[in-house]
Ligand binder design. Structure first.
Ligand SMILES: NC(=O)C1=CN([C@@H]2O[C@H](COP(=O)(O)OP(=O)(O)OC[C@H]3O[C@@H](n4cnc5c(N)ncnc54)[C@H](OP(=O)(O)O)[C@@H]3O)[C@@H](O)[C@H]2O)C=CC1
Ligand SMILES: CC(C)(CO)C(=O)C(=O)O
Length: 337
């Protein structure tokens, strides 16, 4: 099995290192100081479950890698539309794409019978730009419950959780899912193949949709948001509206708001990835996490006044961050070394 990790950052390098120690042929695609460290010393994972190291091939040029069986996408979702030149050299006729993203994926209505089958969600697939480079037929869904961060270039701090649930958009338990899950499990991760991954998507989303934008707007940790009475109430309201949208789409997440809130509270003084991006001056990954759900509410006729207000505020904040962000290194394969 050949796997390329495109965007081998916090989650990508963790998954790539885990697969490599299971004997999978892995290539990490990264850039900058992190790439230099990966090339020189490999990935070092610091984890409460035991530290480990792995030294897979690392490059910024996917042409060096060539076609693989699986591409694990560790880029931020707002980078997918521009990922065409990076992806193209990695694809053969049946290469599968597994995206680590939080929120609603670009393939959401692919393979799901019903009134919305094949429908494009503008917030996550603007003008079809994402499905043009990542055809939904290639997608294997993924919901990441693990939490990791880049402690320093080449070093991944694993905070909690080892589960990455995967599943086919049409709910079948395919050979390609089983083979990938077996490799992940051999690498020390949990990787159940779910027949109804959309349930997992909404369970995870209930946390992200509330905590990620509020944390950025209020510059607050998860625990602080839970402690403060008004933001705690806001979280509950956002989760309730989110469940209404899921419900209207025929998905009934099997977790109560109280349990989801308690789980988030246990995360403690943790800065969400959105707050971390804000502090680094990086664009916020909220289209998939929040804007897409407002779009789905409009589609299904569900009232989401609270989500709408928070989306407007977060959108304005993001516009400001994006306008003032340092230009990202150009995404040209083989460009910056
Ligand atoms: N980390 C986590 O615990 C979790 C993450 N996720 C999801 O996983 C995805 C990735 O998140 P995360 O790993 O935290 O993010 P990171 O920013 O740590 O990883 C993304 C990596 O991709 C690199 N990259 C971006 N563009 C290119 C390019 N053109 N060529 C090579 N490398 C590139 C980035 O480099 P640079 O820094 O230079 O831009 C960075 O190292 C997100 O969608 C997130 O929502 C989901 C659940 C948990
Ligand atoms: C907030 C958290 C930890 C889970 O809801 C997360 O997934 C993120 O930081 O993006």
């Amino acid at each position: 099995m050949r796997v390329a990790v495109l965007g081998a950052g916090a989650i990508g390098a963790y998954v790539g290192a885990s697969l490599h120690r299971a004997g999978v042929e892995v290539s990490l695609i990264a850039r900058g100081a992190h790439l230099r460290a990966l090339r020189e010393s490999g990935v070092r994972v610091i984890s409460p479950r035991g530290d480990f190291a792995a030294h897979p091939h690392a490059t910024d040029d996917p042409r060096e890698v060539g076609p693989v069986d699986y591409v694990f996408l560790g880029l931020k979702a707002n980078q997918y539309a521009g990922a065409g030149p990076l992806l193209e050299p990695l694809l053969h006729h049946s290469t599968a794409l597994i995206a680590a993203q939080n929120g609603i994926p670009w393939w959401y209505f692919h393979g799901v019978p019903g009134p919305y089958e094949g429908r494009r969600i503008e917030a996550v697939d603007p003008g079809g730009a994402v499905s043009a480079v990542m055809p939904p037929e290639r997608a294997i869904g993924c919901v990441v419950y693990a939490a990791t961060e880049i402690a320093e270039p080449g070093v991944i701090r694993h905070l909690e959780g080892t589960r990455l649930s995967i599943g086919e958009p049409d709910g079948t338990v395919s050979d390609r899912c089983r083979a990938f899950a077996d490799a992940m499990i051999a690498g020390g991760l949990k990787c159940p193949v779910e027949a109804n991954l959309r349930n997992d998507i909404w369970v995870k989303l209930m946390g992200n949709i509330a905590f990620n934008p509020i944390s950025a707007l209020a510059r607050a940790t998860m625990a602080a948001i839970c402690r403060h009475e008004n933001t705690r109430r806001l979280v509950v309201e956002m989760m309730r509206e989110t469940l209404d949208v899921a419900d209207a789409l025929g998905v009934h997440p099997d977790v109560s708001i109280e349990r989801r809130l308690a789980g988030a509270e246990r995360t403690g003084e943790h800065k969400t990835s959105t707050l971390q991006d804000l502090e680094k001056g990086k664009p916020l990954e909220l289209d998939a996490i929040l804007t897409a759900v407002v779009e789905l509410a409009d589609l299904t006729g569900v009232a989401v006044p609270t989500l709408r207000v928070v989306d407007a505020l977060a959108d304005l904040l993001n516009a400001h961050v994006t306008a003032t962000a340092a230009p990202a290194p150009v995404a040209v394969p083989g460009g910056a070394r």
